[in-house]
Design a protein. Structure first.
Length: 639
């Protein structure tokens, strides 16, 4: 196209030049000669011919150019068509590639999901394999070790207990094993108080058996516990050391998932302190080796039927009816009373022990709360007493030198005396230092509750007319236990028990004339009851002659003469530890040592009677007995 435009431009330029030359020639014709003008025309013709030739050549060139342009346009159109086709092909290829890419992406996504799922399955398989390996290892370990409980007919039976080798060394002998009769510690002047004693035995070894069955709405349990701290008629330490098995606990229980628990049988009293809640087997028993535990500790192991309600594992309420028993009525110079009798062998009671005539069982109620910083309890004990009284019988005088008065009474006027008493108590236990240290406090106070403490001080005495008089009293115990680690525990306790005096003139007088300075004068009124200030106490620290024994010799310490003192209070301080050499799946092997210091105080009486000849006044006295005791223990606990 550009070449055609150029050719046209050349033709126009040539025409312009020719016109210019013609005008010039015309302008000059007047001046030029005729010969010159003629040459110009010929020249012009020649020029025209030249131009015509040039035009033809240009025409040919234009035709050639036009043909070439047409070819180029055709080629361009072909190229455009080719380009369009190529573009369409490219777009189609891109579309197909996109489709393939989307298909590939879908496949990859699907494959990725499948890979992820496969990886998850592999991870689960690995976890399951690890869990299976752990389970297999646990099962193999269980198979290689003794089972915690033995399955039997749908229940699980768990044996337990421990084997113990223990000793006790007392400064003043009481004739006892590792069980201390706190209220019977001898005065220093008595024969037993002048001799120490060392005893050793394995009798505190214990056997336990727990059976448990699970139901959809409850758990059923039965528990048995026994030791050998009992003696038969032939038991002795001479050679065979054969002591009888003793029932400690035997009870059955229905523990409902609703929070109600029903338990019946012989068990720890509901009045006993608990570690948590009010469930059996969670009692907070002192850690002592002494099987009588500690002065000030409230406890009984006796028949009971109890109902306990657990409210959200923070509050518990319980009520129990328990076996009743009246201890020996305390005091001296009491009226004639019948409130107990020796056991009837035909009734399967021990003929050498006394059993009281109980009107109804004891009643115990308790609430416990755990607010998150300790365990706290409040409880009450209700007791009921009964005796047959004979007011027309004279009192049985117990002052040794006086002897009994002649009996001139009758059963006329006999009646049944009744009374009721009880007490209130509280327990608190606070853990400190991440539960390594535990502080405990206990208290019980009331009328006629001496039986519920370790020293078993008397519950009651009697008025001269035969009516019963309950003795106010109480007990207290403070504890400090340090649980350093699973292998070492240290404990210390300080406790006391107290019983109030109750005395009154009996209306009788001494009829035997005095023969020495230690007798009251003629006509001295007799005072009865518990802790009377006229009790003769001068002989409490005088060694008495030995009494004869079944063996025929005088080898049994004699009873103190002129010693009618009544206990006022007892106090005990205890310190001990337990160290476990081993504690694991195969049981526990441990050793412990305990030291205790006990003081027994009596109510003030007459240490030396007034001298009727010289007029010397009576000297009062309050005998005291002490004992230092060391205990050791070596035990293996069944796992």
């Amino acid at each position: 196209m550009m070449r055609i435009i150029g050719a046209l431009a050349v033709l126009l330029l040539a025409a312009s030049v020719a016109g210019a030359q013609t005008e010039t020639a015309a302008g000059q014709s007047t001046a030029m000669p005729a010969k010159a003008k003629h040459k110009t025309t010929a020249q012009l013709e020649q020029d025209f011919d030249d131009l015509s030739q040039k035009y033809d050549r240009l025409q040919q060139e234009m035709e050639t150019f036009k043909a070439d342009a047409e070819r180029r346009e055709t080629a361009l159109e072909e190229a455009y068509k080719t380009a369009s086709a190529a573009r369409a092909a490219v777009e189609e290829a891109a579309r197909q590639e996109k489709l393939r890419a989307e298909s590939t992406l879908e496949t990859v996504t699907k494959t990725s999901n499948e890979v992820t799922s496969l990886q998850s399955a592999v991870a689960d398989l690995k976890m399951n394999s690890a869990s299976l390996a752990d389970t297999l290892q646990t099962e193999q370990k269980k198979a290689a070790e003794p089972p915690e409980a033995i399955p039997f007919l749908g229940i699980r039976i768990k044996p337990g207990g421990f084997v113990a080798g223990e000793t006790v060394d007392r400064q003043h002998g009481i004739g006892g094993d590792v069980n201390t009769q706190f209220s019977g510690i001898p005065f220093s002047g008595q024969t037993a108080g002048l001799l120490s004693e060392f005893n050793a035995s394995g009798r505190q070894s214990r056997i336990t058996l727990l059976a448990e069955g699970k139901l959809s709405s409850s758990a059923l349990r039965a528990y048995y516990e026994a030791d050998f701290l009992s003696s038969g008629t032939t038991s002795n330490d001479n050679q065979s050391n054969s002591y009888s098995l003793r029932q400690r606990q035997v009870w059955g229980q229905a523990d409902l998932h609703s929070g109600w628990t029903f338990t019946g049988g012989q068990m720890w009293s509901l009045a006993t302190e608990y570690k948590s809640g009010l469930m059996n087997l969670r009692e907070q028993i002192p850690m002592t080796i002494d099987a009588q535990y500690s002065v000030g500790f409230t406890w009984e192991r006796q028949y009971g039927f109890r109902v306990v309600k657990d409210i959200k594992d923070r509050f518990w309420a319980g009520f129990a009816v328990e076996e009743a028993q009246t201890l020996n009525l305390g005091g001296h110079n009491l009226p004639a009373l019948v409130y107990q009798q020796a056991g009837n062998g035909g009734g399967l009671y021990n003929a050498t022990a006394n059993y009281s005539f109980n009107p109804v069982p004891d009643l115990v109620a308790k609430v416990a709360v755990e607010p998150g910083f300790g365990h706290y309890e409040i409880f009450g004990v209700g007791r009921f007493f009964r005796a047959r009284a004979y007011p027309n019988e004279p009192p049985m005088l117990t002052t040794t030198s006086w002897g009994p008065t002649s009996s001139t009474g009758t059963t006329t006027g006999a009646f049944t005396a009744k009374t009721a008493g009880g007490g209130l108590g509280a327990n608190a236990r606070i853990p400190l230092l991440w539960k390594h240290l535990e502080l405990g406090a206990h208290g019980l106070a009331g009328d006629g509750i001496g039986r519920y403490s370790s020293s078993t001080l008397p519950d009651a005495t009697a008025h001269p007319d035969g009516t019963l008089e309950l003795l106010p009293g109480g007990s207290a115990l403070a504890s400090l236990e340090w649980h350093a680690n699973p292998r070492f525990d240290m404990y210390s306790y300080y406790g006391g028990e107290y019983v109030k005096r109750a005395f009154y003139p009996t209306g009788f007088f001494v009829t035997t004339p005095p023969t020495n300075d230690f007798q009251p004068p003629v006509g001295q009124p007799i005072v009865g009851g518990y802790g009377a200030p006229t009790n003769i106490e001068f002989g409490c620290n005088i060694e008495a002659q030995p009494a004869s024994s079944p063996n025929g010799g005088g080898d049994v310490p004699g009873s103190a003469l002129g010693c009618t003192s009544d206990n006022r209070n007892l106090q005990e301080g205890t310190l001990g530890y337990w160290f476990r050499f081993y504690r694991g799946l195969h049981g526990t092997l441990q050793q412990g040592i305990q030291y205790s210091y006990v003081v027994r105080h009596t109510w003030q009486g007459v240490g030396l009677a007034a001298n009727p000849v010289t007029g010397a006044p009576a000297i009062t006295g309050s005998p005291k007995a002490i004992d230092n005791m060391w205990f050791t223990s070596f035990r293996y606990y069944i796992p």
